[in-house]
Design a protein around this ligand. Structure first.
Ligand SMILES: [Zn+2]
Length: 299
């Protein structure tokens, strides 16, 4: 393997090019995806699927403000993974999980991790929670189940924003993450056909993203290469990291919300209760006495 791999913190950048006709994003996520792999004990194909989804949502988080605004990508599929969920807030905190983390599949015909087979046919939904009364939800069906093309299709079909998306996770033979990241180019209203054609050609000629990142290239260099000669300018840069928003208070409220009857039956069973957070795998332990206290609060 190449020695020049980027070892710094994960971060996402957003910029514009071609006098505002193009919106561009790129991200490096090797540390975040490694942490997801360790927390959820994901198999290589699930590390790739979850890592691609978390990379995508990391870039989309650059359109949000603060910890209160969140965006999520939810994938539901007929394949053995079942589903993937990844959420990011405006501060670059990203969490995610796969319903079945240990799916093991043979490599596909190209010798790659078979994310499409792991996900199967299904639906991708994007949920934007901007702190308003209702979150914004849009959904499209999966077109390739490789995630990047599915997200590009989502933007084009659901939000009328022609987009190109590349996502890549390179997994080591021992299951750890060698490199991970993504880029996303979007054409804004008023973009000319000339710019659209040029971007399509640039994306087609761009090297395999994981190879490019594994050679030590940064997110800036990804976009500078794709947008060379188009006056690319960086507008925002933000660290991104695996960070869950769960805490004991939130878990207590979730327990209370199951209602008096179910809490009573937990107490009747006479055993302590462990509550797991799907997103980060953390366990919250409650003794019977603590569950009894929650029952009082529920009343
Ligand atoms: Zn959590």
């Amino acid at each position: 393997m190449c020695e020049a791999k980027y070892e710094g913190p994960d971060y996402a950048i957003r910029g514009t090019a071609a006098d505002g006709q193009v919106l561009a994003f790129a991200v490096s996520t090797a540390k975040m995806v490694q942490e997801a792999h360790e927390r959820h004990k994901t198999s290589p194909v699930v590390t790739a699927a979850l890592g691609r989804t978390m990379s995508a949502v990391s870039m989309m988080s650059l359109q949000l403000k603060g910890a209160e605004e969140e965006i999520s990508i939810q994938i539901k599929g007929s394949g053995p993974v079942g589903g993937i969920s990844a959420v990011a807030n405006g501060e670059g905190d990203v969490r995610g999980y796969a319903e079945v983390p240990d799916v093991d599949l043979p490599l596909n015909a190209k010798g790659k991790l078979d994310v499409a087979e792991a996900l199967g046919i299904g639906v991708m939904s994007i949920v934007k929670d901007l702190g308003l009364k209702e979150p914004y939800v849009g959904s499209t069906h999966l077109v390739t189940s490789e995630i990047a093309e599915d997200l590009a299709y989502y933007f084009t079909a659901s939000e009328q924003i022609p987009s190109a998306v590349a996502l890549g996770v390179l997994v080591n033979p021992d299951g750890s993450v060698w490199t991970s990241g993504g880029y996303m180019l979007q054409l804004l209203p008023g973009a000319t056909d000339e710019v659209a054609d040029m971007l399509q050609e640039r994306c087609q000629n761009f090297p395999q993203l994981t190879t490019f990142l594994a050679e030590g290239h940064t997110p800036e260099e990804v976009l500078e290469t794709l947008l060379e000669g188009l006056n690319f300018q960086i507008m925002a840069k933000q660290p991104v990291q695996f960070k869950c928003n769960c805490n004991r208070d939130r878990v207590e409220r979730a327990l209370i919300s199951i209602g008096e009857k179910d809490l009573q039956s937990l107490i009747d069973e006479g055993e302590d209760v462990d509550m797991n957070c799907h997103y980060c795998g953390r366990t919250y332990h409650f003794t019977i006495d603590e569950v009894k206290e929650l029952l009082k609060k529920a009343r």
